[in-house]
Ligand binder design. Structure first.
Ligand code: SF4
Length: 160
């Protein structure tokens, strides 16, 4: 039977898409299953923002995604290139997808500078994290979309 619930947005790499900066994925079988059953839509904000695969890894420096959206921090790759415009474009494109489908919930890859919902890498490129949201997560959250990550979604959103 078809559910009336609007589809959930999921980070495409969690559904098995090879869209990570290094050409890999972070597949979670239960999240992939949501996509297969038509309950979730996979999106990769960095690809929607025009970045290629592979691409140099990037981290937020000077704040988190909320600060980036307010022009008070930037996203820089490990070659020193400012990729903030692509990250903001990807966040806006992702919000557009969410609006088109009436999405109320997103399950996003933790620690990503786009998708992290409670933690992100700290900008040092040393594998250290800090509390905060990625650029897309911050924009979705600001528009009332409820965020989960791949580690906690089953406990917190068990009815999907
Ligand atoms: Fe995955 Fe999000 Fe990074 Fe795309 S931007 S590879 S969906 S964590």
């Amino acid at each position: 039977m078809k559910s009336d619930l609007p589809p959930v947005l999921v980070s495409a790499c969690l559904a098995g898409c090879q869209c990570r900066y290094d050409g890999g994925a972070n597949p979670v079988p239960a999240i992939r299953d949501l996509v297969v059953r038509g309950k979730a839509i996979p999106v990769c904000p960095e690809r929607l923002g025009g970045l290629p695969v592979p691409r140099p890894p990037a981290e937020i420096q000077g704040g988190d995604g909320r600060d980036v959206l307010q022009g008070q921090a930037r996203v820089v790759n490990n070659e020193g290139v400012d990729v903030t415009p692509a990250f903001i474009a990807g966040a806006r494109a992702t919000l557009e997808v969410a609006r088109r489908h009436g999405t109320l919930i997103a399950i996003l890859k933790e620690r990503s500078p786009s998708c992290g919902s409670t933690a992100i890498y700290d900008g040092s490129f040393r594998g250290q994290t800090r509390p905060g949201q990625g650029v897309t997560a911050a924009l979705l959250h600001s528009q009332g979309i409820k965020l989960f990550n791949e580690e906690t979604w089953k406990k917190q959103a068990p009815c999907l």
